[in-house]
Design a protein around this ligand. Sequence first.
Ligand SMILES: [Zn+2]
Length: 315
Amino acid sequence: MKRTIKFLKIIAIALTIIIAIMFIKFRPAYSVSLNGEMIGYVGDEKEFKEKINENVLDSEEENVAFVKLDNVEYNFELVNRNEVNDDKVLVALEDNATNVYRVYEVADLNNENDKVYVNTMEEAEDLVASLKENYNEIEPDLVINTIYLDDVSEVNDENIKLAKEKMTANLQEELEEKQEKESRTVNGIYLAYTPVTGRITSRFGARESIRSHTHKGIDIGAAGGTTIVATAGGTVTYAGWNSGGYGNLVKIDHGNGVETYYGHCSKVYVKKGQQVEAGEKIAAVGSTGRSTGNHLHFEIRLNGAQVNPQKYVYK
Ligand SMILES: [Zn+2]
């Protein structure tokens, strides 16, 4: 009995010593892992999270929207006191954190490749306002989007300048296309095609010995057999011989009171009543009727009256 008590005392003393040593050498702490990889130990999870907020996630740098930090996990453990080091873990997290920057994108919805990234909302708004004012005729569809980027090295003065110039050039091109199209439009009918390529040999209104009245169309000199195309889509209302001087003649009704005449043709490829598309082959250049050489006599009529074709094509 006495021996047993003595033995238990020894055990108790031994345990006390072991526990005392453990508390001197070890302490409860948290192991911290980043994306599953252990990077060190910290004393207190809550306290350490505050340190992260203050030192890692709160960037003073310009344009930083937020700081991105990968998945951080904490595990409660009994740890050798010497290994608990908040500062060391903080530095490791700082090294892993990445800044996410906020920039503003000015985008042209009609031209999805055309984008300008600028640093401030004010700059974006100024750009949109000035482009809308300068190109209000084509009503540019410009929007501002907030964009988050890990890397803003490309958003520098030089690139901003180049992107603005590109966007401006594209809008200018759109404006010129619209103006060009409008200038080739008669009462809503767009004369997309030049009927034949050649040299103007007689203008609208010219007085020449071959006719008693002024010239009611334009003449375009071209080799016999050269293809003539419809300047716009429409219905063929005449296709064949005309004894009034036009020779072989094609007339096309484009709607809205707009008609075109193609005279002196050597060949006619269409029939009365046929629908033709803009640019479709309708006849070949010739010298039939009252003509002194191969050319196309081209007329545009609006509500029956001839208008100067050079107001719209062959300018
Ligand atoms: Zn003529």
